[in-house]
Design a protein around this ligand. Structure first.
Ligand SMILES: C[S@@+](CC[C@H](N)C(=O)[O-])C[C@H]1O[C@@H](n2cnc3c(N)ncnc32)[C@H](O)[C@@H]1O
Length: 291
């Protein structure tokens, strides 16, 4: 079986030579091709994570080594898409880490609503960075609708979801989901906010009306908009530490004063960024921009 042969070949080489020059050269060439043909900047990601994800595709295509996989990649556009898919890990679900969404529903959204009570134009702007297939975006839309109730239409709400992966964004725009990503959604929420279509659930038109999805590489493309809540979870963890810190500083800039920032449960604020935000709920990785 080729799959095992590949693994054995690399390991044997390691044992024989103590290093893996051929493998390293192949890997460097492959990285260059990925960046040139897809615009995906491999250098920003943690090396071990990146290699593990590439290896998934090397094995799946039964390539014997990185050079062989590189040749395949050059002539096969479908494989390029599959590789991007493997590199980006776009798993998500509705109300992932429900305790975090609980705080957003009971504290953050009411705070944002209250602070707009005297404004003529009651605008709430939210950014989900690294939104994958949209579950996080629609979870927030559901909470806003639930909290605002009959006042929902009085507010100018926009939730922008951005991601580097165009296939994920296409799915996000359709807003059609299988039961397995809805495990944290109770029956009455399903009934209110989704339209059931045999095996799938589509998010209601009213909620789709307040969301926008856009392709954006959060590392290389800057953001000029301002937001009241920015949520970026389970994305930065794959980046090198210095990139994470720079991104967190950028998110700070993109927030309005008094705005909230949410990161993933396994992520932390780093260096300069940790001095700029004030913890709001450290357990749920929720921070606030004070000035
Ligand atoms: C694991 S998903 C997280 C989805 C959602 N935030 C959640 O926590 O459920 C990570 C997403 O980050 C996206 N991503 C990775 N690198 C990115 C980049 N440089 N710019 C924008 N999105 C990126 C991936 O495409 C993927 O959809």
């Amino acid at each position: 079986m080729k799959q095992n042969k590949y693994r054995v070949k690399i390991d044997e080489e390691k044992i024989k030579t103590g290093n893996n020059l051929e493998e390293d050269v192949g890997f460097e060439l492959l990285k260059r091709e990925i960046t040139e043909s897809t615009g995906f900047n491999c250098e920003q990601y943690k090396e071990a994570h990146f290699k593990r994800r590439v290896n998934v595709r090397v094995r799946a295509t039964s390539s014997d080594n990185y050079q062989e996989y590189l040749r395949l990649l050059k002539k096969n556009p479908i494989e390029r898409e599959r590789l991007i898919n493997a590199l980006t890990i776009n798993v998500s679900e509705f109300f992932r880490n429900p305790e975090t969404f609980d705080v957003i529903e009971k504290e953050v959204i009411p705070f944002l609503i209250k602070s707009r009570s005297d404004s003529l134009i009651k605008s709430i702007r939210i950014w989900s960075a690294g939104c994958a297939t949209g579950e996080e975006v629609y979870s927030l839309a559901i909470l806003l609708h639930r909290v605002l109730g009959k006042d929902f239409d009085k507010y100018r709400i926009i939730i922008i979801g951005t991601d580097i992966d165009t296939l994920s964004l296409e799915k996000a725009r359709k807003g059609i989901y299988l039961e397995n990503v809805l495990k944290n959604v109770d029956a009455s929420t399903k009934e209110t906010y989704f339209v059931k279509q045999s095996e799938t659930y589509q998010i209601s038109n009213q909620l789709r009306g307040i969301v926008r999805f856009k392709r954006q590489d959060m590392i290389s493309e800057s953001c000029t908009d301002r937001f009241d809540l920015i949520i970026c979870r389970n994305v930065m963890i794959y980046f090198k530490k210095e990139i994470q810190e720079q991104l967190q500083v950028n998110f700070h800039k993109a927030l309005n004063k008094g705005g909230f920032f949410v990161i993933g449960k396994a992520e932390t604020l780093l260096g300069n960024a940790s001095n700029r935000f004030k913890p709001y709920n450290a357990r749920e990785r929720l921070y606030i921009k004070e000035d």
